[in-house]
Design a protein around this ligand. Structure first.
Ligand SMILES: *Cc1c(COP(=O)(O)O)cnc(C)c1O
Length: 244
């Protein structure tokens, strides 16, 4: 069994090689270590060897883990918590307090509730809008499966993006997507490429100077995602091993 440090080095190497293939500086890619299901001690061990960004998909788990980690490291450790999973409306208050970035906004209702809670707590939350471009029925995210040919899908995304831009406390930061499971690499690549093009379209539609970030790529597909423009990769198993 490899150690965490060895697995981290291997992931960094794969990340760097993928960035080079794409002619991109590896530093522009944020590695989010997905620590879901792993206890605070593992997060502390990962922090010790240099990881700073951590991803949790359930608010309940983040609410529990964050104070445990802060009890050891304090609040100025530079550690950034990314909430990467779908958020239920009754969990928005907790998310507003304990997440430092949110990758899965897909409904105006959640945006409104988050905004209210963020204002009440004097916080700002970078937001990724989750889009589903993959053609799978089951995936979370705003339906953008036919975005190139369906103006209504583009309008829905633009409207959610404008909402996120206007609401106080929210900071529109980028798009997030998940590739389908168990499909050929070329199909995964197409999903990531179409997501990047959608982000470019949205940037233009918003008349926004700054490019939108792209949260895409996990253990099995992060190299493809980097080649297609990912700025944030969310990696669990390649760092921590199979989930318990
Ligand atoms: C679990 C999870 C990941 C990480 O998946 P791995 O395959 O372990 O790398 C990434 N993104 C989301 C939204 C997740 O829930």
């Amino acid at each position: 069994m490899n150690t965490l440090a060895e697995r981290y080095a291997a992931v960094q190497e794969r990340l760097t090689l993928a960035a080079r293939r794409a002619g991109r500086p590896p530093e522009e890619i944020t590695l989010v270590a997905v620590s879901k299901t792993w206890p605070a001690e593992i997060v502390l061990a990962a922090y010790e060897i240099g990881l700073r960004h951590f991803g949790e998909n359930r608010v309940e788990e983040l609410v529990e883990k964050r104070p445990q980690v802060e009890a050891q490291l304090g609040r100025q450790s530079g550690l950034v918590w990314h909430l990467i999973g779908t958020l239920q409306s009754r969990k928005t208050d907790e998310a507003a307090v304990c997440a430092d970035a949110f990758h899965a906004l897909d409904r105006p209702k959640i945006a409104n509730r988050l905004s209210r809670a963020l204002v009440a707590n004097g916080r700002t939350l970078p937001i990724f809008l989750e889009v589903n471009v993959s053609g799978e029925e089951t995936k979370a995210g705003l339906d953008c499966r036919l975005w190139e040919d369906a103006p209504t899908q583009r309008v829905s995304l633009l409207s959610l993006a404008e909402t996120a831009q206007l609401l106080p406390g929210l900071q529109l930061y980028g798009l997030m997507t998940m590739a389908p499971w168990d499909v050929a690499a070329e199909e995964i690549r197409t999903v990531f490429r179409r997501t990047r093009r959608l982000a470019e379209w949205l940037q233009t539609a918003l008349a926004r100077a700054e490019p939108l970030a792209l949260s895409m790529g996990m253990t099995d597909d992060f190299e493809i995602a980097i080649e297609e423009g990912a700025t944030h990769v969310r990696i669990g198993r390649a760092l921590f091993g199979p989930r318990q």
